[in-house]
Design a protein around this ligand. Structure first.
Ligand SMILES: O=C(CO)[C@H](O)[C@H](O)COP(=O)(O)O
Length: 215
């Protein structure tokens, strides 16, 4: 089953609670929350107090994507704020295994993200411990960027590893997802699609979420 996770990066930050409820009502399966620290990526977005406040506005699962240096310092705060999935970047992690265990101690899902230029080999040893892998289809930091097609091959290789080993791991993709690229990533093996501008700029969000799922 294909799930859609609208990225709030493209939402109006002056009314985030309303913006989240709008996409949830339109059929979002998860709410993708982009946390940027101005170090791992140039932008700064929001921290755990904002997530805790948003948690009061909806019961929809929160898919928290940490684009931060030293992610180990943020796990407890975001888990307590109400994250259902916490994703951190392999490129920012010195002790991947320890961070995954730390997330799981909170009884929530653990995921690792890989930038487009990062090899799957970096997560080979921790793969059986993960609930999800996020393959970035743009370089992180900004919404509205162009999809990088070379990641399709990486999605296919990861899908093959997961299926061959009968792992129960979701493959999420993030960046430049629209009606054309959604079809490509689903065919390659992704099953959770993050989309920011395609959904928040759509005239009919409900139709867009439904179309992204069916492609
Ligand atoms: O993580 C992100 C950027 O770092 C965003 O989630 C992503 O870029 C989504 O935006 P869009 O769908 O507009 O490309």
């Amino acid at each position: 089953m294909i799930k859609i996770a609208p990225s709030i990066l493209s939402a109006d930050f002056s009314k985030l609670g309303e913006e989240i409820n709008t996409v949830v009502t339109a059929g979002a399966d998860l709410v993708h929350i982009d946390v940027m620290d101005g170090q791992f990526v140039p932008n700064i977005t929001l921290g755990s107090p904002v997530v805790a406040a948003l948690r009061k506005t909806t019961k929809a699962p929160f898919d928290v994507h940490l684009m931060v240096e030293n992610p180990e310092n943020q796990i407890d705060a975001f888990a307590k704020a109400g994250a259902d999935i916490i994703t951190f970047h392999v490129e920012a992690a010195k002790h991947m295994h320890r961070i995954v265990q730390r997330i799981k101690e909170h009884n929530i899902k653990a995921a690792i993200a890989l930038n487009p230029g990062t090899s799957l080999a970096f997560i080979e040893e921790v793969l059986p411990d993960l609930d999800m892998v996020l393959l970035m289809t743009v370089n992180p930091g900004f919404g509205g960027q162009k999809f990088i097609p070379s990641v399709l091959d990486k999605i296919e290789r990861l899908r093959d590893i997961i299926d061959t080993n009968e792992f129960n791991i979701d493959i999420e993709v993030d960046g430049g997802i629209n009606l054309i690229t959604a079809k490509q990533v689903i065919e390659a093996g992704a099953n959770i699609l993050v989309a920011g501008s395609a959904i928040y700029n759509a005239d009919d969000m409900k139709q867009m979420i439904s179309d992204l799922k069916q492609k």
